[in-house]
Unconditional design. Structure first.
Length: 441
């Protein structure tokens, strides 16, 4: 049987005027540069969908779920005017407060950050934190469209100090990082979801207290749980200047920075320090991360992350410095255990850290309403030393429930976490309750 399909093609329609409403703070050009339609071009529905996704990725507005308004244009019968209706949400984040952390002790902090400074799309961050064990200061500025071209440029100045205590409440190991980082980025391809970044960092790392670890066996990674590993004493005190460059390739189609539901983010980077760049430490550190968000129902979605990294010295560096070795733990990696408490130990129960690690995270989201989100999570990860192979049976795991909500004024996710740790070391808790800020991935 022969089948004949008769097609009667309609006339072409062209884009008339492109306008925006509701952007009381954000300049028109900041939104227009994310739109893949040009006035006068043939109307393209796929380009319109990509434009909506790119505008949502900015995070400046409440997510647009419907199509923009299309109307006949006064420019001609074959033209359509496109009106994007956006609703601003405050991207300025102010915080002032204090707290107590098992790693950092009591502290006070204050910060201001915005991802849309003066409505021009620049990111500005100012922060200061001081406490019994920590002193952190940071100033950073990023321009996403340098000279009105899709060129990212940024500078970050910082100083971070952290003291690790012994079981007797004395400083056993202190680390101060002071440096400057310069970043630039370019889009790869017309759609703009893939970008190539390059950053250069010059950093001074001052460590002290390591020599005293040879005199005792009670120095621990935090303020002491019986059986917790002690610091490894092979690191050297003093100043370690680092000069490194980090090229990275990022593909990102995630629809929202704080409440994602769909899209993926793939990141591949390689840090190279020393060699012709100078500095006192030579190493090579590749890293790969994959993040995937899959919508399930109208109010539920699944989020997945996998990450792996490896570091090795070269040239004049024979042994990795202690501060560059891998330790896992904390709310951005394995939620149920403390920062830097997951990693290899030697026969003397000294935490030696790893030269490679693997990390897996899974989150299932329930959007309850407005800025409130409930999620179930599962985290697994481990760091491995040079003589060890990656063994998935040795991963430390944490699972539980988390309530996450975005404060309307502060515009930052607050988190209440209850975690149960099925596979853990003897010194780690079976279950715990934590308060945190931000997201895991």
């Amino acid at each position: 049987m022969d089948v004949t399909l008769a097609m009667d093609e309609d006339k072409k329609y062209y884009v008339g005027k492109i306008t925006f409403t509701g952007n009381t703070t954000t300049r028109d050009k900041v939104i227009r540069r994310e739109v893949y339609l040009n006035e006068g071009d043939v109307f393209n529905t796929e380009a319109l969908k990509l434009s909506i996704r790119r505008i949502n990725q900015l995070g400046y507005f409440k997510p647009m779920e419907g199509a923009p308004e299309l109307a006949p244009s006064s420019l001609g019968e074959d033209r359509l005017d496109v009106t994007f209706k956006v609703e601003e949400q405050n991207r300025n984040q102010f915080t002032f407060g204090g707290g107590v952390s098992g790693l950092e002790g009591p502290f006070l902090n204050a910060s201001f950050s915005t991802s849309n400074f003066l409505g021009l799309g620049e990111t500005v961050q100012l922060s200061a934190q001081t406490g019994a064990r920590t002193k952190n200061y940071q100033v950073g500025v990023t321009e996403p469209y340098l000279f009105d071209r899709p060129i990212t440029a940024g500078i970050d100045l910082y100083s971070r100090k952290l003291d690790y205590l012994t079981a007797q409440g004395k400083v056993g190991y202190s680390e101060v990082r002071t440096g400057v980082s310069l970043t630039t980025g370019l889009p790869v391809g017309r759609r703009g979801f893939t970008r190539l970044y390059t950053s250069y960092t010059y950093e001074l790392v001052d460590t002290s207290g390591v020599a005293s670890l040879l005199n005792g066996t009670t120095t621990t990674l935090s303020s002491a749980v019986s059986g917790e590993p002690v610091f490894a004493p092979f690191a050297s005190d003093g100043r370690h200047p680092e000069s490194r460059i980090v090229p990275s390739l990022v593909y990102n189609t995630v629809d929202s920075p704080f409440t994602p539901r769909r899209g993926m983010r793939l990141t591949a980077s390689t840090a190279v320090a020393g060699g012709p760049l100078g500095g006192a430490v030579d190493y090579f550190k590749p890293d790969a991360e994959a993040v995937l968000y899959v919508p399930h129902t109208k109010h539920t979605a699944l989020g997945l992350r996998g990450e792996a990294s490896w570091i090795t010295p070269f040239g004049g560096t024979n042994t990795l410095p202690y501060y560059q070795r891998f330790f896992l733990g904390g709310e951005t990696q394995i939620r149920g255990v403390n920062v830097r408490t997951v990693g290899p130990v030697d026969l003397k129960n000294q935490a030696i850290g790893g030269n490679k690690f693997v990390l897996f995270n899974a989150e299932y989201y329930f959007d309850i309403g407005g800025p409130l989100r409930l999620l179930l999570f599962y985290d697994a990860g481990q760091a491995f030393a040079e003589h060890q192979y990656i063994n998935l049976r040795e991963l430390r795991t944490s699972t539980g429930v988390e309530l996450r909500f975005v404060m309307p004024v502060l515009n930052v996710p607050f988190r209440l976490i209850y975690a149960f740790n099925p596979s853990r070391d003897s010194f780690q808790p079976a279950h715990t309750f934590k308060f945190a800020v931000g997201t895991t991935f």
